[in-house]
Design a binder for this molecule. Sequence first.
Ligand SMILES: [Mg+2]
Length: 382
Amino acid sequence: MVSYTEDQRQKMTAQNVRISDTKAGIITVAVSNQKIFTATAQKPPAAPVGYITISAKKLLKNLEISNGARINAWVESMRASSPTHLKSSPSSLSEDHTSWRLHHPSALEMFEQIIDSSKGKQIVIFLDYDGTLSPIVEDPDKAFMSKKMRRTVRKLARCFPTAIVTGRCIDKVFNFVKLTELYYAGSHGMDIKGPKKGSKFTKDSESLLFQPASEFLPMIDEVYKQLVDKTKSTTGAKVENNKFCISVHFRCVDEKKWSGLYTEVKSVLKEYPKLKLTQGRKVLEIRPNIKWDKGKALEFLLESLGFANCTDVFPVYIGDDKTDEDAFKILKERGEGFGILVSKFPKDTSASYSLEEPSEVMDFLGRLAQWKQVSLREDSRV
Ligand SMILES: [Mg+2]
């Protein structure tokens, strides 16, 4: 039995419906990123007010729950985290955006409140790289950060312990950032190194080195070669070996080819159950199936800095990616500091604040460093 209004039905276009899990007859459907409805194939639940009820049978049929639907679900999710164009009408977009911004206000507009809540605590900064410090460009090898951004991050690192947390391998991200005074957590936190230069924040940071997935290195190399071979027929696909993980970039792949690319990647991974597939912004990522992510890397770094069980620490994590959500969640759970999502579009996120693009990230970081320098000068006068 289908009971929903015409208006609701219209909203349920392929763009607005996303299947999160199709296992065991359980279907979770997100409508316009606002309402979540769960149905079981055996017994449909009573419809809560304001939610859409669809018989599971019909839904199963309509959405072709099968291997094909699983692929569709992935491709829908790829679209959701990698928007290539506006999918809503201008009016509904601005409505969605306004309500999203109420829940995730601009970190620049909320700067004074943020500073107030950090008072008396040690601010520690965690920064994603692609899409946060550098714009997303067509060629991932050319994702350079501007000189101004580098100057800003250098200034910031003089004021606060600062770490780059990225899916890229450390060597690659270091070639972009070129700042020896930072902490680096590459390969989604599976390769962590302290500053090369002495840092005023830790005495033995140079010896800091952590690689929780080192035994996966030969397997990653093997899979990398297979993926290069398998995806070479997909125009625009680019496979990147990030040491402890592999990225398959689809930022230059025609959207119609995304499902084929996903199928190719999946077919390689079938032989490697110890690896898992996740996705980020315009990228599919293959990494060891271990409980380690950007959130764990954040916790590890806080511990290394001596803030394991400390209440006077204020971590700020800025990122634009789905993989950054692990870190946003950790901060929310710990009730310390907060996450800032870099996005022009409303997205499901555990971040508290938002910034629209790297230029805003630079302004925010610049203000933070400036505020700290001024307060240090004022303290020294007292
Ligand atoms: Mg990113």
